[in-house]
Ligand binder design. Structure first.
Ligand SMILES: [Mn+2]
Length: 333
């Protein structure tokens, strides 16, 4: 696959030929997701398999804001990502054409319903172009409009492997259903998410009384104490069994991780899984029909060390490996 990262227009061709992918130091140039070419215009989307999309929106948070700054921060940290997954050997950029599609333009910045509709329209366009989206949030309310658009294009409710401290199936809050504690309840009600094919992993904390809908609707909930009692391989096996063979979304809320590893988030909960365990769980999903993924709730104002951004984008890379393998399989690779 040809190297065309959209960068380095001022770099002589001889240097690009001599140094290949390393013609430009990683710390230089304009930061795009994983140093992929920036293709913001739908007219430039031909041939793209996986599109990395930023959704700079945190109008749905219940407490500390900041995730609106996630995409820019994750782009910066993503320049540290390499091209190969050392454990699985997957090289996503060799399997799929990956581009940075820029950020969703939120026109309804001060109108929550309109913001959600803006996001949904944008993902309708991405899905119609046959592009598999990998999203950087934003707070978790952004997952609902993405799921709606994808369920439409796949013609059925999606399955979900969901990493989080919270089930995010809560009821209306202050008279409003669109907030980051409730997207998966609304997604089920809208026919975009199949609760029987949904597993929620890492759940903990005092918000437990809000998650009745998860149990009533038949979702599989793996509390953090279950995770450690079962062990990671059994959690992976359960996730594979629940998701089954249908189209499946992977949603990774960084607050699922212990705040030691991801302090930069709006609603941290102590006592979470660690980064290695997260990687093992994500790598365990190889072979499922994963049609989209996201990493949400990275809030840079609470991330002065950059650790949460780096961790978040590493999880994006793990999901990218899964998506690229799916794309490659469907192409007959
Ligand atoms: Mn969440």
């Amino acid at each position: 696959m040809s190297r065309d990262d959209g960068h380095g227009a001022n770099v002589p061709d001889e240097r690009k030929q001599a140094f290949g992918e390393r013609y430009q130091p990683r710390y230089s140039g304009i930061a795009t997701f994983m140093r992929r070419p920036l293709r913001e215009e739908p007219a430039e989307w031909d041939g793209i398999d996986v599109g990395i999309v930023g959704v700079p929106f945190d109008g749905g948070v219940t407490n500390r804001t900041g995730a609106r700054h996630g995409p820019r921060h994750l782009r910066d940290q993503s320049t540290l990502m390499g091209v190969v997954n050392h454990q699985t050997g997957v090289r996503p950029h060799d399997l799929a054409e990956v581009a940075d599609l820029g950020d969703v333009l939120i026109e309804g910045v001060y109108r929550l319903d309109e913001a959600i509709a803006d996001i949904e329209r944008h993902y309708d366009r991405i899905a119609a172009a046959g592009i598999v989206p990998l999203t950087a949030g934003g707070d978790h309310s952004i997952t609902l409009p993405i799921m709606r658009a994808l369920a439409r294009v796949h013609g059925q409710p999606l399955g979900l492997v969901h990493f989080d401290a919270h089930c995010d199936t809560g009821p209306e809050l202050f008279g409003h259903k669109h907030h980051h504690g409730g997207p998966f309840k609304v997604a089920v009600e809208d026919g975009a998410l199949d609760p029987k094919r949904t597993i929620q992993i890492g759940i903990r904390g005092p918000a437990e009384p809000l998650w009745g809908f998860s149990y009533e609707s038949g979702m599989t909930v793996i509390h953090i104490e279950d995770l450690y009692a079962m062990g990671i391989p059994a959690v992976v096996e359960k996730a594979r069994e629940v998701a089954g063979s249908g189209p499946t979304y992977v949603s990774f809320d960084v607050d699922g991780l212990d705040p030691v590893f991801a302090p930069g988030t709006g609603t941290p909960e102590v006592g979470g899984f660690n980064t290695y365990e997260a990687q093992q769980m994500l790598r365990g999903l190889r072979g499922l029909d994963i049609v989209a993924g996201d990493v949400v709730e990275v809030a840079p104002p609470f991330d002065p060390s950059g650790t949460t951004g780096l961790t978040g984008v590493q999880m994006m890379f793990e999901i990218l490996c899964l998506l690229a393998e799916c794309v490659d399989r469907k192409k007959g690779g």
